[in-house]
Design a binder for this molecule. Sequence first.
Ligand code: ATP
Ligand code: MG
Length: 436
Amino acid sequence: MHTPGSDTTAGDGLPVLLPRSQHSISRQHINEHTLKVLYRLRRSGFQAFLVGGGVRDLLLGRQPKDFDVGTDATPEQVRQLFRNCFLVGRRFRLAHVRYADNYVVEVATFRRQPKPEELPENPEEHFFFAENVYGTPQEDAFRRDFTINALFYNIDDFSVIDYVGGLEDLAARRLRVIGDPATRFAEDPVRMLRALEFAARLGFSLDEATREAIYRAAPLIAEAAPARIREELLELFRHQVGGAVLRQAQAMGLLPHLLAGYEGDDETFALLEQLDGRTASGIPIQEPFVLAALFLSRFRQLCCPPQEATVSDALRTANLLLNSICGYFRIAQGSRAAARELLTGFFRLSGGRGRRGEGRFLRHPVWSQAMQLLQLWVAATGEGQELLAAWQEMGGAASPASPAAPGRPGTAGRRRRRPRRRKKPAAQTEKRPSDS
Ligand code: ATP
Ligand code: MG
């Protein structure tokens, strides 16, 4: 790899420059609106680079989820340049340039790490304070989380600019924190979770210092804002790495600090991996389904098979299991109820065919969702195949894309109908997300 000054990257601040001839990023791969924003900023005399995950993904030959622009223009200056621009973010001020096709180009002003003496007295305010101190491109690269997330693409000469050794790490398929991992994790413990996420998404290994720092700093993640953790967790499942990452988090001692004392077992991780496979096949992830999957194994141990337990026992158990995590993450009652219904639906399925109230259960919208949970469980553990087959006779495979609509028991149709005829092929009409 062409590396002028590669041994000086972090030292005297000279970046590694990878010219157009030595990488595969072409303007054709970059969204046209993003290009327009880059060119307009440049023509107006500002610096502007493509930054972050977009550059990383393009260099890896992957389709970026979105493109971000870094500039030395302040959010206010960006707003004056683009009629279709809105400033967003209470804490991290960003400019969003919106286009008619709903495409949004996110434009962030270069930031830097504040000096210790600049920080507010209250340590809890450090992270958000640091988010809003403007700096140079180089300083902006160093305040980012991982080397592979800190590469810039220069629209002037189509080169890639690397201040932090990200190109080397990309080539070695290695995830490395910028700077001292212990310090960077103490600054923002959510980075530990992000480290596991990117390693899993890209199939990268964790750099040794990064890995060791996670072992040591794991308890710190309990201090991160639950709302941020919740969002990053959902992001894991959207990217179909929830199972792999939580398994890894458990192995590294991170999981209980992440999830309010939660400990997973092998069956759970296998189930979550099945869930990720289901998401990969195009079924959007829903939080209640994730919650139910997280607690299914424990729930089964407590009340399935249901010879002795009643439905109200199952409800109570589900509540007990879900309460602490839902309280911690302030998960809305609706989601909580949906997760509880899924678990009790699973309980009913576990009891086998021919029980009292079966007709009503089959007409309940939760039936198909609980069937999907059972299918995933069978695939994950190999247990319950006959049970699943018995229920599948009632209407083929559960329609995979129909969303849970719990909390509205059996409102659909009072007429007694045969369950087989009641199954409408929701999966065929439901819009699938574009495959990514
Ligand atoms: P993707 O969007 O594909 O999930 P991404 O790398 O774009 O990946 P984002 O969460 O969108 O990730 O963040 C954009 C960029 O902002 C990152 O690439 C990284 O440079 C920086 N960043 C995000 N979160 C942090 C953080 N907690 N600490 C430091 N830098 C961060
Ligand atoms: Mg992004």
